[in-house]
Write a protein that binds this ligand. Structure first.
Ligand SMILES: Cc1cc2nc3c(=O)[nH]c(=O)nc-3n(C[C@H](O)[C@H](O)[C@H](O)COP(=O)(O)O)c2cc1C
Length: 366
């Protein structure tokens, strides 16, 4: 596929995501069934709460990431600049969108390079797709993607749902795991296996851990639905089959909170919780479940279109909410928050029991 085709598609993804309701309809993240236990005697002051933490050995001033979205078009370069300025000013991490467009057409590299220019000290994540790895991309392309933004880690996106519904999709995932394994042994930076809205199971997380992946970006169901995005794109060109698939699989996937528990209960991997996280209380819940950081995509895209100040204000709100939740459970630090008691109720508890996922460690917390 030529760089121009990939570039056009990226522009249409951003357009659909900003103009249409592309979020989950019936599936939800299940953070509503994760309960932090109120501490009426927190024995700390709000001012004592510290958000600083580490992700894959890199310092973050708060456990938050702007998820992979943008790059590949002039408009996307502007968005990337705004997102990167915000990341730098809060000391949080950021991922860029798939760099395939620039690998195929180097004239588009500037749309990604701008991120490192605007965020010289931030934790940055490069991005390539698993199907590209399986079909010929290797260390050369990965190193190019890393160099483009002096990245600290490489995300390999796993997006079988999107590939099967996308009109130009390439639902070809044979040999992806061995390609990831080969890459992990060659690269000098950690690899993050990343879903984009359908979540990652304990089985897949164990397999990628064995292949040398160091971190999972959950990308669970309950937020942006890529079946929905591709439904709208199929609708535009009257593609009845892809449209029908998009509708039927709109809410497909493992809900974010459940996927996070699947991954944390069965591997030693770092985890970024993402997919439908929309406020700082949910960020706190994700960290209490074991996430090292939390990623947000669609809301940040929409705020960034309204300008840098709007985006910065939203990030500030989220961090205030996170601090408030930490105060109310008596957690001074992010490490403390990872140890507070939680309760899991309703369908979430039932699902985890059925999946034979051991939640004893959450129960045993003091
Ligand atoms: C406009 C847009 C473009 C995206 N492009 C990519 C991409 O190129 N690579 C990737 O790994 N994820 C991509 N994503 C997925 C996000 O990184 C994230 O996993 C997903 O949107 C779920 O988070 P959310 O519910 O907060 O939006 C994109 C998301 C959006 C909204």
């Amino acid at each position: 596929m030529s760089g121009k085709v990939v570039e056009k598609r990226k522009a249409s993804h951003i357009e659909v995501c900003t103009r249409r309701n592309v979020q989950a309809r019936s599936v939800r993240t299940h953070f509503d069934e994760i309960h932090l236990i109120h501490n009426a005697l927190p024995e700390i002051n709000l001012g004592d709460v510290q958000l600083g933490t580490k992700l894959l050995q890199y310092e973050l001033k708060a456990p938050l990431l702007i998820e992979a979205m943008s790059g590949g078009t002039p408009e996307a370069a502007k968005l990337n600049a705004i997102l990167a300025e915000a990341a730098e000013s809060f000391g949080i991490g950021m991922g860029v969108g798939s760099q395939r467009a620039a690998i195929e057409d180097p004239s588009l590299e500037y749309t990604y390079r701008v991120v490192r220019e605007k965020a010289p000290t931030s934790f940055l994540i490069a991005n390539l797709g698993a199907p590209q790895l399986a079909r010929g991309y290797g260390a050369k392309e990965a190193e190019k993607a890393l160099e483009m933004i002096s990245a600290n880690a490489l995300a390999i996106h796993l997006n079988p749902l999107q590939e099967v519904i996308q009109i130009e999709g390439e639902p070809e995932f044979r040999n992806c795991l061995s390609a990831i394994h080969d890459l992990a042994s060659l690269l000098g930076v950690p690899i993050i296996a990343k879903e984009i809205g359908a979540g990652i199971s304990k089985e897949v997380s164990k397999a990628v851990e064995k292949a040398g992946v160091r971190c999972i970006d959950i990308g669970g169901a309950g937020g942006t639905s890529w079946a929905a995005v591709e439904y709208y794109r199929a609708d535009k060109v009257y593609n009845a089959v892809q449209k029908r698939l998009g509708l039927s699989f709109w809410d497909w996937g493992i809900p974010t909170a459940l996927s996070l528990i699947e991954v944390k209960s069965s591997t030693g991997l770092s985890a970024i919780a993402s997919g439908g996280v929309r406020n700082g209380l949910e960020v706190a819940k994700a960290i209490a479940l074991g996430a090292d950081a939390v990623g947000i995509a669609l809301p940040f895209l929409r705020y960034s279109l309204e300008g840098r100040d709007k985006l910065m204000k939203e990030i500030d709100f989220i961090l205030q909410e996170l601090k408030t939740a930490m105060f109310l459970v008596g957690a001074k630090t992010i490490d403390d928050l990872k140890k507070v008691p939680v309760a899991i109720t309703g369908t979430a508890a039932e699902y985890l029991r059925f999946r034979q996922i051991d939640v004893e460690s959450y129960k045993r917390r003091p």
